[in-house]
Write a protein that binds this ligand. Structure first.
Ligand code: GUN
Length: 339
């Protein structure tokens, strides 16, 4: 049982209040506003977790990038340039791309979105990417996924110049990450590491469990946590893992990136753990105008009281991905200038 951090008890003189209430000096408690005295005991037994606020951490990073871009331009360089290639008319992809473009502009990164005809052949798309590779005014290239079914994404990603691959999806960048060389780290794992660092979560010698082994989240996250930056001890779980709970229960740091609602329940986490929920799932919700709400892979309501820190969904890992894409684009620009 972890000991709750100290909190203050203050009487509230609020019209109509019949009981003494407490306000707690931790964001998670305050978020819940007021608790009656009769709840104090249960609060002691079940302190709420500190929320890792990805939205504000991402904003902090974007502010830093904006200042760095301004310095970069002030010292006589052209602004960093990001070219996004969007093929097809998937509304979700179009919306993501608009978000990336807006975020880039906000920090002073120039952004261009190319929208070739959806009937573009794989060969023509390879040609387009090669042209961007040769263009000295392009620092970062991002081909938005998914691509239409007639185009092989692996071939397209492999065509991007690894030094302009700000997504960090190119096999060369995956290899550089694995072998500890300078490259680009995919935005989500990079964002997870920043969330942990900026929340003062020490990884060194901690038991880290990553659930999900995708190339763009699970595998690179496991490498980062267990590599020389993290120095954690990592277990990578996946769909064939037997008795998942026996692994997750050992985790001081648990990262879940599967895409399955309520995959991680309260009995599967260790008290006092740090939980990073990468899942973004839609669940029907007739009370919402759009008819659904977003939830992660973790049963937030029941897991939160048991752990020390947790990322919410939305507002946790999600906002970090765009911030880290911007960071990679600025890095690409500075590396190109000094190459
Ligand atoms: N589609 C959804 N997320 C991403 C991303 O981070 N990069 C690319 N290229 N496509 C995506």
């Amino acid at each position: 049982m972890s000991v709750p951090e100290p909190f203050f008890i203050r009487p509230i003189s609020k019209k109509g209040a019949t009981d003494c209430c407490i306000l707690l000096d931790r964001p998670a408690y305050n978020r819940r506003s007021q608790h009656t005295l009769s709840n104090i005991r249960s609060l002691h037994r079940s302190p709420l977790a500190q929320l890792i606020d990805g939205k504000s951490i991402a904003q902090e990073i974007r502010n830093e990038i904006r200042a760095e871009v301004a310095d970069w331009v002030h010292t006589g360089h052209r602004p960093p340039q990001l070219t996004v290639v969007l093929v097809g008319d998937d509304p979700a992809s179009a919306s993501y791309v608009r978000g990336k473009q807006r975020a880039a502009e906000e920090v002073g990164i120039e952004s261009t979105t190319l929208t070739p005809d959806p009937s573009i052949s794989e060969h023509e798309l390879v040609d387009l990417v090669e042209k961007l590779n040769r263009d000295p005014d392009v620092d970062g290239i991002l081909v938005q996924l998914p691509l239409p079914p007639h185009i092989n994404p692996t071939r397209i990603i492999a065509t991007i110049d690894p030094d302009k691959d700000v997504d960090g999806f190119h096999p060369e960048n995956a290899g550089r990450l694995m072998t500890g060389q300078k490259g680009f780290i995919p935005a989500t794992p990079f964002g997870i590491m920043e969330l942990l660092r900026r929340s003062n979560v020490s990884i060194e010698s901690k038991e880290c469990v990553v659930v999900g082994r995708s190339n763009i989240v699970g595998k690179p996250t496991a490498l980062l946590l267990g590599g020389p930056t993290g120095n954690g001890t990592v277990t990578l779980c996946h769909r064939k893992t037997v008795n998942l709970a026996s692994h997750t229960r050992r985790a001081d740091i648990l990262v879940v990136a599967v895409g399955k609602v309520n995959l991680i329940t309260a009995d599967m986490v260790k008290e006092g753990a740090t939980v990073i929920d990468v899942g973004i799932n839609r669940v029907p919700d007739p009370t919402r105008k759009r008819g659904y709400r977003l939830v992660g892979d973790v049963d937030f309501k029941n897991v939160e009281p048991k752990v020390a820190r947790i990322t919410p969904v939305p507002g946790g890992v999600g906002p970090m991905t765009i911030a880290m894409l911007l960071r990679n684009t600025l890095t690409a620009a500075t590396r190109h200038a000094f190459a």
